[in-house]
Write a new protein. Structure first.
Length: 134
């Protein structure tokens, strides 16, 4: 059993989660990472993916997030997500809409760099869709 630490998940609309947690699986830009108490300080960008919050009770709460930032500091972990949707509320139509938007971004990209970024985002969204069987 790990020590608890403070965690906040914030979207542009509101504070979604604030409290003590045991671990958080974060979809970092360079890959998934699990943050536990006493984690080394860091700041990273996020890719579209699943954020899994583990509580001391053994319960888990999962969110689909689309980009943002995560900061681990002395006071805990803060995730600022561009979009965050509780998986309980996520439906196939909403995810399909995000995939369609990403496909349009790939088609409309004006440079190779923009196209590569858009394609990476699209690939991650499709991976989430496949993982969730939506």
């Amino acid at each position: 059993m790990s020590d608890p630490f403070k965690f906040e998940l914030v979207s542009p609309e509101r504070l979604l989660v604030s409290g003590e947690v045991e671990q958080v699986l974060v979809p970092g830009a360079e890959g998934d990472m699990t943050v536990l108490a006493h984690h080394a300080p860091l700041l990273t960008t996020l890719r579209p993916g699943l954020l899994d919050i583990g509580y001391a009770s053994g319960e888990h709460q999962r969110y689909f997030i689309r980009g943002g930032f995560a900061e681990v500091g002395p006071s805990g972990l803060t995730v600022l997500a561009e979009t965050a949707v509780d998986l309980v509320e996520l439906d196939a139509g909403r995810l399909a809409g995000a995939i369609k938007d990403a496909e349009e971004d790939v088609a409309d990209a004006s440079s190779d760099i923009a196209r590569d970024r858009a394609q990476t985002k699209l690939d991650h969204l499709r991976q989430v869709q496949s993982t969730l069987n939506l």
